[in-house]
Design a protein around this ligand. Structure first.
Ligand code: SF4
Length: 277
């Protein structure tokens, strides 16, 4: 069910598979425009301008209702040619609207007859578990869960519509135990909130406990719109961390070295394969 205050509209699209410059992937797949997870740091909020939306990011979702049919047509044209697809580049494919529209689920059904295609799913939602049996049928499919913090309080402020971090990890464990390869993307690392020794230690400990073995991390990309929203949220909820955010924004190479060292050590201690983007 959608949280109150989210405007849902139905729309259509001309293409489903679109070329992407994201390293390791040829195509992206985004059945929705907008994202009710409403993450404060979301870089995809540029879509507001792109779609002529005046509402704040996180308060609208457009459902491309012909998306699975368009995908099927494109896949037929592609034939047995291989390729790699990432879903969840500018929207979460398992946000709340997916529970009723099932557009991502229909995409999985459309992709099942094409074993030469690799599919990467990136989500912050435990709803992905609903599609376990379909995911098991796909030959090359991985599910990545993005996590910024294990603190429920911080997550509620920073990514209010997403599943709580503990639920994401429980979903990761269940998928992994059912044979679906999973990984966790610690991104973005939020200066002064998700990157302290204590916060990262709690996160890596929880990853180990959930049986997650593959982890990547990325720092915050300083898109002006996202930085503006973050500064407001920091002032209100994390005032003591504002100076760390400002330091990061001025001096990110130094920051990166310090945090990478911290995470590499935690990964070694917890038996996790780790890399940073
Ligand atoms: S889940 Fe992803 S796409 Fe959705 S608001 Fe958060 S960062 Fe943006």
């Amino acid at each position: 069910m959608l949280p109150e205050g989210i405007a849902v509209t139905e729309t259509s699209c001309k293409t489903a598979l679109n070329k992407t410059g994201i390293p390791g992937y040829q195509y992206c797949l985004n059945p929705y425009v907008g994202c009710a997870h409403a993450c404060v740091y979301c870089y995809a909020s540029f879509m507001c301008r792109f779609r002529g939306r005046r509402e704040p990011w996180g308060t609208f979702v457009e459902c491309k209702i012909n998306f699975p049919a368009v995908l099927e047509r494109q896949l037929k044209r592609l034939g047995p040619k291989g390729g790699s697809i990432l879903t969840g580049t500018v929207t979460d494919p398992y946000q709340q609207a997916e529970a009723s529209y099932c557009l991502t689920r229909s995409c999985l059904e459309a992709l099942a007859p094409y074993p030469s295609l690799e599919l990467g799913i990136l989500t912050k939602s435990a709803l992905v578990l609903r599609d376990l049996s379909l995911l098991q049928k796909l030959k090359c499919c991985t599910v990545g869960f993005s996590i910024t913090t294990m603190s429920n309080e911080a997550a509620r402020v920073l990514e209010p519509g997403a599943s709580p971090p503990g639920l994401r990890l429980a979903a990761a464990r269940q998928l992994s135990e059912a044979g679906v390869p999973v990984w966790v993307f610690i991104a973005p690392l939020l200066p002064g909130v998700g990157d302290s020794g204590e916060a990262l230690s709690a996160l890596f400990g929880a990853l180990k406990k959930a049986g997650v073995r593959e982890v990547m991390a990325d720092t915050l990309t300083a898109y002006p719109l996202a930085v503006g929203r973050l500064r407001q949220v920091y002032r209100r909820y994390f005032p003591a961390s504002l100076k760390v955010l400002e330091w990061y924004l001025k001096d990110s190479p130094d920051y990166r070295m310090i945090i990478d060292d911290r995470m590499n050590k935690l990964a070694r201690d917890n038996g996790i394969n780790f890399s940073s983007v």
